[in-house]
Write a protein that binds this ligand. Structure first.
Ligand SMILES: Cc1cc2nc3c(=O)[nH]c(=O)nc-3n(C[C@H](O)[C@H](O)[C@H](O)COP(=O)(O)OP(=O)(O)OC[C@H]3O[C@@H](n4cnc5c(N)ncnc54)[C@H](O)[C@@H]3O)c2cc1C
Length: 427
């Protein structure tokens, strides 16, 4: 493949953004993607004309991903998920889901004292880092009890995807709740594939050369450059490399790096089980959303808010925020059955109208939960024991969660890779 200034390994959102950022300096950038398509976990699938993301995907309107995509020229439309048909499920009963202060005051989900405690907790949230080393579960218990505790825990789960609140940093949880509360989220018309496709167009327009179906296998130093050995092709030589892949993959590519081994061992991933369903007809048009109060479950009719359903089809994303080993191996069947039952309670008889059903038992939503024991911090972008080597992804971000973390780290890694070239030019 010859030589390039910056090689980016991985063509998900993070790799595409890192490549675009590096190319903005005029550097020659080559991106290698293992699969035949770009986008990684942000790709969507089209079934019977309807678009399904890989599990529920909502873009944080005030987050780093939305801001960066806009800066890079990506545009999109869509809508915030709000309707009167949102429900909280508690002790087997459905209650209207409070989504505003007024809704909180009116709900029959909580008693008066719980409402006051919860309103106080929600209005007292700040962006400071004082709670970064406190587990989210402990922080929630300090603020509220009983059903209000269940409610606040459910809000944390839906905005962070994390069910393991004993390990999650309360500071990270609070910042994510504020992000969700301040500007909210948006379901994107055409699914996240639209974001991927536009981002790929703008990345290519910056001169980035993209090689699909090319899995990087090994990195080594040769003649002062990085030699990228990839499957089925000639090696690529680069002055700087961005690893925009999962931490275990990064370490497998650079097995000599103690830094990457330590990071891969320390990361605690966030997993979710996802039931993605398209229905020809909606059995119950008055049910759009369920959030479990005493379960870690979620259901949302994405097609009620974004253009993802074809010819009036309904697109549901149903999910469970998993703890520990839940959903692994034989346990997947139980989780699937419980998610189908959740959909049945919302949409009785849905199976008669099903056009397409897909169950993804243990998706990696994020490679690294911001841990209370590490003050919510994740791996740095620069690989400490290898110069000119950088990481990008949800595990290498110093701020944000989910796609915001993946993109924030890509912004940093792209600029650092560029910096390596500038330093070489000066030397
Ligand atoms: C179920 C689910 C729900 C989610 N919901 C939300 C949400 O609501 N809001 C939100 O902000 N985020 C959400 N996310 C997170 C979001 O999808 C991710 O943060 C983002 O897509 C990660 O992008 P990435 O580029 O870092 O990683 P990936 O998308 O994993 O990309 C890595 C890429 O590297 C490639 N690769 C791997 N090995 C190699 C190799 N050896 N050589 C070359 N290429 C390689 C892979 O094929 C892949 O394309 C969700 C994720 C999931 C799974």
């Amino acid at each position: 493949m010859g030589a390039t200034d910056v090689a980016v390994i991985g063509g998900g959102l993070s790799g595409l953004v890192a490549a675009a950022r590096a190319a903005d300096s005029g550097a020659k950038v080559t991106l290698l993607e293992r699969s035949g398509v770009l986008g990684g976990r942000a790709t969507s699938q089209v079934e019977h004309g309807s678009t399904l993301n890989q599990g529920p995907h909502a873009l944080y309107v005030g987050g780093t991903a939305a801001r960066t995509l806009r800066e890079l020229g990506v545009s999109w439309t869509g809508a915030a998920p709000h309707s009167p048909y949102f429900f909280a499920e508690s002790e087997g009963a459905l209650h209207p889901m409070p989504t505003s202060t007024l809704g909180l005051l009116k709900t029959n989900l909580l008693g008066f004292a719980d409402k006051i405690a919860l309103a106080r907790a929600l209005s007292g949230m700040t962006d400071d880092h004082a709670l970064d080393d406190v587990p989210a579960s402990e922080w929630i218990s300090r603020l509220v009890s009983g059903r209000a505790r269940n409610f606040l825990s459910a809000l944390v789960r839906v905005s962070t995807y994390a069910a393991d609140l004993e390990q999650l940093s309360a500071g990270a949880a609070m910042r994510q709740l504020r992000l969700a509360g301040n500007k909210g989220v948006m379901y994107v018309d055409g699914g996240w594939q639209h974001l991927v496709d536009e981002l790929a167009t703008h990345t290519r327009a910056r001169g980035v050369s993209i090689v699909l179906g090319c899995a990087a296998r090994h990195l080594s130093r040769e003649h002062g450059m990085w030699k990228v050995t990839a499957e089925g092709t000639e090696p690529l030589f680069a002055h700087a490399v961005v690893l925009a892949v999962a931490p275990r993959v990064a370490h497998a590519i650079v097995p000599e790096s103690e830094h990457l081994l330590r990071v891969a061992n320390e990361c605690v991933p966030i997993h979710a089980a996802c039931l993605d369903v398209t229905l020809a007809k909606l059995p119950n048009p008055r049910h759009h959303f369920t959030l479990g109060m005493d379960s870690a479950d979620y259901l949302s009719l994405h097609s009620a808010f974004a253009r993802v359903g074809a010819d009036g089809a309904a697109v549901f994303h149903v999910a469970r925020y998993l703890r520990g080993d839940e959903g692994r191996g034989d346990d997947a069947a139980r989780v699937k059955m419980e998610l189908c039952a959740l959909l049945e309670r919302a949409q009785p008889g849905w199976q008669e109208h099903a056009l397409y059903t897909r169950f993804l038992p243990r998706m990696v939503v994020s490679n690294a939960l911001p841990l209370a024991k590490s003050w919510g911090k994740r791996a740095p972008s620069a690989v400490a024991d290898a110069s000119g080597l950088f990481c990008s992804g949800d595990w290498a971000a110093d701020s944000g969660m989910l796609a915001d973390a993946a993109v924030a780290s890509a912004n940093v890694a792209g600029v650092l890779a560029r910096g390596t070239l500038a330093a070489r030019a000066v030397a």
